[in-house]
Design a protein around this ligand. Structure first.
Ligand code: SF4
Ligand code: SF4
Length: 371
C-alpha cells in the first residue's frame, strides 16, 4: 500500500483515527441502528465488534489480511475496511452500546487491536470509553500480542476486560513464520505470541483466554489437531476461522480449505473439546491429512445432529451463551455457511452431512457390527 506521508503527530487532524474513531463490523452497525439492514434468516449479532483505525491499516503484513501493510492501493481505498467495517466516532458507538444495553442488553463488546505504535494506549482508552458508558457489558480485548508485554497484559486486566483473545491464526510455527512473521516481512514472533497467551491465561483464568486459529493457511490437519489438544490441556479456548481470500492480499488467489476438510476439522475439534475424544482415535497419513476417526457411532451422530460443532466459535455473553457469532465473518452473503451464526436447523444438518462426506474417514462406522 502507498505509504502515508503525513507524520503521525499530525494524522489526528487529517484522518479519523483511533482512539476517537473506531471501525465497527457491518453486522454490529445494523444491530446498533447505525446502518439500515437485516441479517439473513433473522440472525442477530450478539457481539459488537470494534476495530482500531489508523491511516495505514496495520503495520504488520500478514499474507491473508486485508489490513496488511503491503497490500496494494492507497490508504483511503480498501474494500475490506470500507465496505464491511464502517467508521464512527468512538463516543457515538459507546453511546449506542449504552442505549442498546438499556433496551434489552448487549451480549458483549470486543475491541480489536491492529499493529501500530499507538495501539496499546488507544486500546486502554477505548475500553475506558465503552466501560464508562455501559459498565455492565462484558468486554473482550482481541489483542495483537506484538504490542504487549506481561505488564501490559496485567494492566488490561484492571480495565474491566474479562476475556482476552489472541490472533494466533497460524496452527504451527512454520505457518506462522511464513504468513505472519519474518517470512512475510511482518513483525510477529511465534514464541512471543505464546508468552503473551500464557501470561494472559495466568491472569484471566481458565477459558477466559482464546486463540483465533485460521484453517487454510497451509497447515496440516495434524497440526490443527495437536494445537486443539495443547490448548485444551492449558484451558485456553480455541476459536476456529475459515480462511477466505481477501482481494488485494498476497493470498488473494489461494483457494479456501475444501468444505469437507473444514467440516471434519469442526467436528473433530468438537469431539476433542466436548466428548474427550482421545488422540489415538485420530489417524493421519504422512502428509498430516486426517484419514481416520475412530469414535462411538452414537457420539458422532448425536454431535452432528446437534449442529453445535458447526456453529461459530466465539466469546460468550453474561449467561454463557455464544455472543460473538460473526455473521459473514468467514463467507460472503449468498455463499454457503462456513460457520453458522445460529444453531443449524434440520435442513442445515442435511447440507452439513453432505459436505462432511464422513464415510471417507469414518471407516469403522461403515463396517457391519460384529455379532
Ligand atoms: S496483525 Fe492482524 S490486522 Fe495486522 S496484518 Fe496481521 S492479521 Fe491483519
Ligand atoms: S471470539 Fe469474538 S469477542 Fe472473542 S476475542 Fe474473538 S472476535 Fe473478540
Amino acid at each position: 500500500m502507498a505509504k502515508v506521508t503525513i507524520p503521525s503527530y499530525m494524522q489526528e487532524e487529517v484522518y479519523q483515527i483511533s482512539p476517537d474513531y473506531v471501525r465497527i463490523s457491518m453486522a454490529a452497525a445494523i444491530e446498533l441502528g447505525l446502518k439500515k439492514g437485516q441479517m439473513f434468516r433473522g440472525c442477530s449479532c450478539g457481539c459488537i465488534n470494534l476495530l482500531q483505525n489508523y491511516p495505514e491499516g496495520c503495520w504488520a503484513n500478514c499474507t491473508y489480511c486485508g489490513l496488511a501493510r503491503e497490500r496494494p492501493g492507497v490508504p483511503e481505498e480498501n474494500t475490506f475496511i470500507r465496505v464491511n467495517w464502517p467508521l464512527y466516532p468512538t463516543d457515538l458507538v459507546a453511546e449506542k452500546i449504552a442505549e442498546k444495553e438499556a433496551n434489552g442488553g448487549v451480549g458483549r463488546v470486543c475491541i480489536s487491536q491492529v499493529q501500530d505504535h499507538r495501539a496499546y494506549d488507544d486500546l486502554i482508552d477505548m475500553i475506558g470509553r465503552v466501560h464508562r458508558a455501559a459498565p455492565e457489558v462484558p468486554i473482550s480485548a482481541l489483542v495483537s500480542a506484538t504490542t504487549l508485554d506481561e505488564d501490559k497484559v496485567a494492566h488490561i486486566k484492571t480495565t474491566g476486560v474479562d476475556i482476552v483473545g489472541v490472533g494466533l491464526d497460524a496452527a504451527s510455527e512454520k505457518v506462522f513464520y511464513n504468513n505472519r512473521g519474518k517470512g512475510a516481512k511482518s513483525p510477529h514472533d511465534w514464541d512471543h505470541h505464546w508468552r503473551i497467551i500464557r501470561a494472559a491465561r495466568k491472569l484471566f483464568g481458565p477459558m477466559n483466554v482464546n486463540c483465533h486459529i485460521i484453517v487454510g493457511l497451509g497447515e496440516t490437519d495434524q497440526e490443527l489437531v495437536d494445537l486443539f489438544y495443547q490448548l485444551k490441556s492449558e484451558q485456553i479456548a480455541a476459536y476456529l476461522f475459515s480462511f477466505n481470500p481477501e482481494p488485494g492480499t498476497e493470498m488473494q488467489h489461494v483457494p479456501r480449505a475444501p468444505i469437507e476438510r473444514w467440516r471434519r476439522i469442526q467436528l473433530v475439534k468438537y469431539l476433542i473439546e466436548e466428548k474427550d475424544l482421545p488422540r489415538e482415535a485420530l489417524e493421519f497419513n504422512e502428509s498430516g491429512d486426517l484419514i481416520g476417526i475412530d469414535a462411538p457411532e452414537m457420539t458422532v451422530e448425536v454431535a452432528i445432529d446437534s449442529g453445535l460443532p458447526f456453529m461459530t466459535n466465539g466469546c460468550p455473553d453474561r449467561e454463557g451463551n455464544l455472543a460473538c457469532n460473526r455473521p459473514y465473518g468467514s463467507y460472503r452473503p449468498g455463499e454457503e455457511f462456513r460457520d453458522y451464526p445460529f444453531r443449524p436447523e434440520p435442513q442445515d444438518i442435511v447440507t452439513i452431512r453432505r459436505e462432511l462426506r464422513l464415510e471417507e474417514v469414518f471407516h469403522k462406522l461403515s463396517q457391519p457390527a460384529v455379532s
